[in-house]
Design a protein. Structure first.
Length: 303
């Protein structure tokens, strides 16, 4: 695995840049808001938790910086709500440089337990399950599309602009018990992979995904005790924030899935690609690569 090194000088290039982020009211998102603001960026962050979002806004503004931090109440399930976040940034600064999709919710309990799987129980549509997929996946697709449009409409700059999507280790590995969560997070990796050959060429936008392992936020609360007892690697929110902003600002990074474990980041895509002939077989890998060249940038899929 290739280690992704954190560089303060790369982070400093975020000075005066316009950053849009969802899920900033606590945890990893709040840490990312703070770090980007400290670097001098203008950060527009949304979250549906209005009180916590306002508290983060006030706490961040209390430290001195050339940047700004602006909170808006946003429910990522609502198209207009995400759009309003981009609008606020674009109207004030005339551009968007970095877009980070971080908002997510945990697995809703019980939907795959035996009692929820009777022929009678499944007659009721599981709205909560669908709603969580909306938050963790559909909203990320729509956010990414908006980000491309706002960045495309922004005046040219020397800064290498980018989208960062927060997935999870559950987006690249087996994750027992995380049925809806893992579905969504694998989807986020699929979205990153679909965008990475196209977005830099067509829109000058790099796209990367972050795949945290256990991180000390409320999302981990249910298993944290057992985790710590076993002395397993644990990230702090600021560790993950550092990797998010490294991907946001480092112009050499595109198409990575950065596994963050014990405070350090590692790209998993390079190894996945490099070992393709081993897990696909040499002949199929060669044919698959020829197929990819035939498909090019993917024009022609639509009906
Ligand atoms: N904590 C971990 O161990 C861990 C591991 C892997 C991936 N992640 C990912 O990291 C990201 C940040 O998670 P975290 O650990 O900081 O969790 P968190 O719960 O502390 O933060 C998630 C934020 O998203 C917001 N949010 C949820 N639904 C929303 C909606 N509909 N509209 C707007 N905002 C909404 C929440 O209010 C919260 O502020 C998530 O994408 C999560 O899946 C976390």
């Amino acid at each position: 695995m290739t280690a992704i090194a954190f560089s303060q000088s790369v982070l400093d290039t975020l000075k005066d840049k316009v950053v849009v982020l969802t899920g900033g009211a606590q945890g990893v998102g709040a840490a990312t808001v703070q770090l980007a603001y400290d670097a001098g960026a203008h950060v527009y962050f949304g979250d549906w938790a209005a009180d916590k979002g306002k508290e983060v806004e006030a706490a961040v503004r209390a430290s001195s910086s050339n940047g700004t931090a602006t909170f808006l109440q946003v429910d990522v399930r609502e198209y207009a709500s995400q759009l309003a976040l981009f609008d606020a940034a674009f109207e004030k600064h005339g551009r968007v440089d970095v877009a980070i999709s971080c908002a997510a919710v945990a697995e809703p309990p019980g939907y795959f337990e035996p009692e929820a799987l009777s022929l009678e129980a499944i007659r009721t549509e599981p709205q909560e399950l669908k709603s969580r997929l909306d938050i963790n996946l559909t909203s990320v697709l729509l956010f990414s599309r908006m980000a491309l449009a706002y960045i495309k409409a922004s005046p040219p700059t020397d800064f290498s602009r980018s989208i960062v999507l927060v997935s999870s280790i559950a987006g690249i590995t087996e994750a027992p018990g995380l049925f809806a969560y893992s579905t969504a997070k694998h989807g986020v990796i699929g979205l990153m992979r679909a965008l990475r050959p196209v977005a830099p060429l067509r829109y000058g936008v790099r796209v990367n995904a972050i795949c945290p392992w256990a991180t000390d936020t409320q999302l981990l609360a249910g298993v944290k005790g057992r985790w710590v007892k076993e002395n397993l690697p644990l990230n702090q929110p600021a560790d993950v924030a550092a990797m998010i902003l490294q991907c946001a600002a480092d112009k050499t990074l595109n198409g990575k899935s950065v596994f963050v474990a014990g405070g350090k980041g590692y790209d998993t895509e390079e190894g996945y690609d490099k070992t393709q002939p081993q897990w696909m077989g040499e002949q199929l890998a060669e044919e698959w690569n020829r197929g990819q060249r035939v498909l090019g940038l993917g024009d022609g899929w639509t009906d």
